[in-house]
Design a protein around this ligand. Sequence first.
Ligand code: ZN
Length: 51
Amino acid sequence: MSEEITYKCWMCGKTFSNKEIELIERISCPYCSSKVIVKIRGSSWKVVKAV
Ligand SMILES: [Zn+2]
């Protein structure tokens, strides 16, 4: 249920968890506000683009 997912910002390269994103209630980098972030889940990477 509350699985923690790690994201990595495509722009600034910082990583953060889905819990940090929940705080700002949108999918974007909490550091540089980039909307292009990569979901890191196990060994599979997935580019997430928020509109
Ligand atoms: Zn960033």
